[in-house]
Write a protein that binds this ligand. Structure first.
Ligand SMILES: CC(C)(COP(=O)(O)OP(=O)(O)OC[C@H]1O[C@@H](n2cnc3c(N)ncnc32)[C@H](O)[C@@H]1OP(=O)(O)O)[C@@H](O)C(=O)NCCC(=O)NCCS
Length: 193
């Protein structure tokens, strides 16, 4: 599939909200350990990215069930309908026009901290074949930049113990603990007769 330029795409938010320094780092970068020339593009999620393997990359992170292109597109529109809140980005391999890395930051507006805001990073994934090439680092740098440029006084995320060293390399520090309570599944919800 030929590479699709940004102006041909329907994007979640304007490309220039991704910090210029991160955008410039990607194209034609020489990966030192493999001498392989990468030609990658970082950009906002586009309405047609279901067909570029967006969910395939997320499957690196967890079990993904594909809702189908129409439902995926409806979710894209729901995110876009809440402006200045959801920033999902992707890295695209120009040779194949396929997505190889993804991530999201969403902006929570607070009554605390002088009506401050917090950036929450979610759903970071790099395709298995492309891991170890600094794409994850670029995604985190871009999302952190978006968060800070949106006025967030901090950017936070949850991760497994095994990924702590990766986030430390991205400039993050371990703080406090995560708690979770999963809603009951439909079977557990229905009355036991
Ligand atoms: C974790 C993940 C996002 C990292 O992305 P990546 O592109 O492979 O990592 P990068 O090449 O950008 O790594 C940046 C630095 O972190 C280091 N690093 C990456 N993952 C690491 C890990 N699990 N443990 C220790 N160091 C790690 C790299 O060695 C590199 O260090 P260097 O700068 O000294 O060379 C990617 O491996 C991934 O998608 N994993 C599966 C899904 C997942 O766990 N997502 C995170 C959910 S919280």
């Amino acid at each position: 599939m030929p590479f699709t330029q940004d102006h041909e795409l329907d994007l979640l938010f304007p490309t220039d909200q991704i910090p210029a320094n991160v955008r410039k780092q990607l194209p034609q970068e020489l990966h030192s350990s493999s001498s392989e020339r990468l030609s990658m593009k970082i950009r906002p999620l586009a309405s047609s990215d279901h067909a570029r393997g967006h969910l395939d990359v997320l499957a690196v992170l967890t079990v993904v069930s594909d809702p189908g292109a129409d439902a995926w597109r409806a979710q894209f529109e729901a995110l876009r309908a809440t402006p200045r809140t959801y920033y999902s980005i992707v890295i695209v391999d120009k040779a194949s026009d396929r997505i190889v890395a993804v991530g999201t930051v969403f902006v929570e507006r607070k009554f605390l901290r002088g009506l401050g805001a917090v950036g929450h990073i979610e759903d970071i994934a790099v395709d298995k074949s492309q891991q170890g090439k600094k794409l994850g680092l670029r995604i985190i740098n871009a999302l952190t930049g978006i968060s800070e440029n949106s006025g967030c006084y901090k950017t936070i995320l949850n991760c497994s113990e095994s990924n702590i060293p990766f986030y430390e390399k991205c400039g993050y520090q371990k703080k406090e603990s995560e708690m979770a309570k999963y809603a009951p599944t439909d079977r557990e919800r229905s009355p036991r007769l």
